[in-house]
Design a protein around this ligand. Structure first.
Ligand code: ASP
Length: 325
């Protein structure tokens, strides 16, 4: 018995030493940050800015890999299954919380398959259409959609995506369902909106601001409580006639469950530095958003956010009664 206890204690000490030795040398090779959407979209844009800054701080490349499809759940599943060694991370958004209810079956257990690095940013959404779409304001858009519900199309990045959530909120608010066209991300969806192949989209300002400013798409409202400095002429949803239609798309960085606390701490500190990087702050501002605070860029804050958001959206999604299998 004594022997067994001694060898268990030795094994535990060895595991602890091995983990702190790994943490001391971490990172000693390239880190992969998975974006669960296609390249060129808003999540991709945010991730590339943060990854570039973290690469400089960590002294190792943080490369971005796009694993789009199924509203972000394929990319999340990839990270849930990866080795918890700190070399495969996930940058996901609010969809991490909504897909926990939207999907009857997920390949991972949302609240138990991940460790947390921290929150990154919260981005408003914009309701936009192709440039030559007739309606001139949100009220006109709502009337048009109601009158043409069989022919208007809404682009989204699949069930579980922020664009899906916003589209679902829009349809429920105006009590009209219309056709959705799913993409692997709103990067490719934006290409089709610009080309006039789809009519409407609700997407993060990190994807739409430049296009709205350039007049290549039309914007009807922002989903933030106040107007944005970068889009001063675009009314809030509240001003434009859709009260209670506010949504902020928070983003966070996750690691597979079982990642050592020392590694998570290193990553979280590096994230905090990236969010104070002048280039990141300036680029975020141009895109209508700002970095999360240092207190929010922590494992505890992201864990609390995910848990509260799963609970917040569950009844909303259940009331809408729309699920994916
Ligand atoms: N904005 C997209 C969404 O609908 C995702 C993306 O392509 O970044 O969630």
């Amino acid at each position: 018995m004594k022997k067994l206890i001694a060898s268990l204690a030795a094994a535990a000490t060895f595991a602890m030493l091995a983990s702190s030795a790994t943490a001391q040398t971490y990172p000693d090779k390239t880190i992969t940050m998975i974006v669960p959407f296609a390249a060129g979209g808003p999540t991709d844009t945010v991730t590339r800015l943060v990854a570039e800054s973290m690469s400089k701080d960590l002294g190792q490349q943080v490369i971005v890999e796009n694993v789009g499809g199924a509203g972000g759940t394929l990319g999340a599943a990839r990270v849930a299954e990866a080795d918890p060694d700190g070399y495969t991370l996930l940058l996901h958004h609010i969809g991490m919380a909504t897909s926990a209810t939207l999907y009857r079956k997920l390949a991972y257990d949302t609240l138990n398959a991940f460790d947390y690095v921290g929150l990154v940013t919260e981005v408003p959404m914009t309701i936009v259409t192709r440039k030559d779409f007739e309606p001139t304001d949100l009220k006109g858009l709502i009337d048009y959609v109601k009158a043409n519900k069989d022919k208007v199309t809404l682009a989204n990045a699949g069930i579980g995506a922020a664009s899906h959530l916003c589209g679902m909120m829009f349809m429920n608010a105006i009590q009209t369902q219309f056709v959705t066209v799913p993409y692997k991300g709103t990067g490719p969806a934006m290409t089709d909106l610009l080309g006039g192949q789809v009519d409407i989209m609700c997407d993060q300002t990190t994807n739409t601001t430049k296009q709205i400013q350039g007049g290549t798409i039309k914007a009807y409202a922002v989903t933030s409580p106040a107007r944005l400095d970068v889009l001063p002429n675009i009314p809030t949803t509240e001003e434009a006639g859709l009260p209670n239609f506010q949504v902020g798309i928070w983003h966070g960085i996750y690691a597979p469950k079982g990642t050592s606390p020392e590694v998570l701490d290193k990553l979280s500190k590096s994230l905090q530095k990236a969010l104070k990087d002048e280039n990141v702050i300036a680029r975020f501002a141009e895109l209508g958003t700002k970095p999360s605070s240092e207190a929010d860029a922590t494992p505890a804050a992201l864990k609390a956010k995910l848990e509260s958001e799963v609970a917040r959206w569950k009844p909303v999604i259940e009331a809408a009664g729309q699920y994916a299998d």
